[in-house]
Design a protein around this ligand. Structure first.
Ligand code: SF4
Ligand code: SF4
Length: 123
């Protein structure tokens, strides 16, 4: 993990969106996400605790958004977290990344990211 990973000085998406996923990803169902870090939001879905209502902030997020953050549940995070990538990783724009950053007063990431970077969200 590069220290230049833009997510390490951001964390906006973890403090903006409802981070929901199928309950089967919870540890009690054979998955990895600790049940205690989730809340049920529909018959088949849970959300990361703290993201079920606005203002959102995932219980797993440590640090100050826009300064320095890390995910305390990184190895146990859901597919929703694993699949959400910073804008311009692999050359792909992620408008949702821009939206979350803007909500916290952060500018959008601009391409190209350094080629050696392989940012994974809030590692
Ligand atoms: S990456 Fe970590 S801090 Fe961010 S929403 Fe997922 S579990 Fe929470
Ligand atoms: S994916 Fe985007 S919004 Fe989320 S932490 Fe990384 S740079 Fe910030």
């Amino acid at each position: 993990m590069s220290i230049d990973n833009p997510c390490l000085t951001c964390g906006a998406c973890c403090a903006y969106f409802r981070v929901s996923f199928f309950w089967g990803e919870c540890a009690s169902s054979g998955g990895a996400v600790p049940d205690s870090a989730t809340v049920q939001v529909s018959p088949f879905h849970v959300a990361m605790l703290g993201t079920e209502a606005k203002p959102a902030r995932c219980v797993g997020l440590m640090g100050d958004v826009g300064c320095g953050v890390r995910c305390t549940l990184y190895e146990q995070r859901s597919s929703t977290c694993r699949e959400f990538e910073a804008s311009w990783v692999d050359g792909q724009h992620n408008a949702h990344c821009d939206t979350a950053r803007a909500a916290h007063g952060l500018p959008p990431l601009m391409p190209p990211l350094e080629p050696q970077l392989s940012p994974d969200r809030v590692a």
